[in-house]
Ligand binder design. Structure first.
Ligand SMILES: [Zn+2]
Length: 443
């Protein structure tokens, strides 16, 4: 009962109490929240205490940053509840292998973050933090009031009891494991008949196919894309099949970062996190975020840099929200293509979003694609289109990519084309644009 009250409290607080009518007020409030938070956390976290030694809390916005590597390297001293990384890791790995996520460590939920590059992170949260998270997410995402009955179907790579928090009378959560066979998930989905469907876009795309074929027959009020970059190509396809706009949640283990408004624009959740920008190309509006979560006390996230590249929206969103509007989430910094410049003396970055758009804009007949940079001089493009248009589509895509590379002043790489093969391992994250060789000289 107490847990439901906490969820409800955070729901109400997010939805009705925390209202800001200017950015100035928002930033001032954030500043106060962070200072208050630091005063409470620094005595409890040895890592942060040492890291910020001699620095004044007033200047927290300039404090040295951390990232996943630093966080994992200092896990034992960073968390405030004396949990050892080794113990947390064993528990989380076992849970994932057995697909049983009920176990906790000293009463805390432990989970593995889905590191795409092999360096998996560990996260720990308290019961109260889970409830706060649940309440906040419901406030941001539910189309109607919390009192309206909902059946929410949630596709996940790994369940943690994080997601089982929300199980009230009116709101029913059905969890679907991405590791299960797709046919089984479709059967169960028909039985659950969700009002809200939440899944990564690659899974939504399969479900859209099933819906078209008639194997799946659901009429959700709302479809929410999570956990992967939502490619415009997939967005259009899924929207068409289900005949509705997609909503997007931008969330990772580090925090619930953003969600789309009624106009489909993604806004950052600056009422629950302080989000600073580190520009990598200011003219193009591309930046990485440095987040400070002033609600999370078990494993504090302070001035933490995420790997994702975001592009800011140039024009204000018609919804009038004062929260930063995002044009697109590009993907990870590690997926930027790096091509030699014309003299062959240095490398030039090509953002994933540019590659993505060059391919999609080339032809309306591109159904699916994958773009992989395999070496500084080799890019492999896999394309799916109708059989009779295959070579025409390939020519158009080729020309569009050449234009992009010429515009970017880089040496034209070799471009190999292959047939697109449908992804069969649905628990793996789909990244349509990826780089598979390391670029060591780039920070
Ligand atoms: Zn908006």
């Amino acid at each position: 009962m107490k847990s439901l009250l906490t969820i409800l409290w955070y729901y109400l607080k997010t939805k009705y109490i925390r209202r800001f009518n200017s950015r100035e007020k928002l930033l001032k409030w954030q500043d106060m929240q962070v200072r208050k938070f630091l005063k409470e956390i620094l005595p409890k976290s040895q890592f942060y205490r040492d890291y910020y030694q001699g620095l004044n809390i007033q200047n927290w916005q300039q404090f040295p940053i951390i990232d996943k590597f630093i966080m994992m390297g200092n896990f034992d001293k960073l968390n405030t509840v004396n949990i050892q990384k080794s113990a947390a890791f064993i528990l989380a790995t076992q849970a994932e292998e057995k697909r049983n996520f009920a176990a906790t460590l000293q009463g805390f939920t432990v989970g593995l973050s889905s590191g795409t590059s092999g360096n998996r992170g560990i996260f720990i949260v308290s019961q109260k933090e889970q409830q706060a998270w649940a309440g906040t997410i419901l406030a941001k995402v539910l189309p109607q009031s919390i009192l309206t009955p909902q059946r929410i179907a949630f596709f996940l790579r790994a369940n943690s009891n994080l997601y089982e928090t929300v199980k009230g009378q009116r709101i029913k959560f059905a969890y679907f494991d991405l590791f299960d066979a797709v046919e089984n998930n479709i059967l169960r989905l028909n039985q659950v008949n969700p009002t809200i469907l939440v899944a990564p876009p690659s899974m939504l795309r399969l479900l859209a196919d099933a819906q078209l074929k008639g194997d799946l027959n659901i009429v959700p009020n709302q479809i929410i894309s999570v956990a992967e970059v939502l490619d415009p190509l997939d967005e259009i396809y899924i929207s068409k099949c289900f005949n509705q706009k997609l909503q997007q949640i931008y969330q990772c283990t580090e925090g619930f970062l953003g969600h789309s408004c009624e106009y489909g624009t993604l806004h950052l959740n600056e009422d629950i996190l302080a989000i600073q920008k580190e520009y990598i190309d200011e003219k193009a509006g591309k930046f990485m975020t440095i987040i400070t979560d002033f609600n999370r006390k078990t494993q504090p996230i302070i001035r933490y840099r995420l790997d994702d590249i975001l592009t800011e929206r140039k024009s204000p969103c018609p919804c009038g929200s004062i929260f930063t509007a995002i044009e697109s989430i590009e993907g990870r910094r590690d997926d930027i293509f790096w091509l030699p410049n014309q003299a062959g003396e240095g490398l030039i970055p090509i953002f994933p979003d540019f590659i993505r758009r060059a391919i999609i804009i080339a032809s309306e007949d591109v159904q699916e694609y994958l773009a992989v940079q395999k070496s500084p001089d080799l890019i492999e493009i896999s394309l799916k289109s109708s059989v009779e248009l295959q070579s025409a589509v390939q020519n158009l895509v080729h020309q569009s990519l050449l234009d992009l590379f010429v515009r970017s002043h880089c040496r034209i790489p070799q471009i190999h084309y292959t047939q697109y093969v449908n992804v069969t391992e649905h628990h793996k994250k789909l990244r349509r644009v990826q780089r598979v060789f390391p670029v060591s000289s780039i920070s």
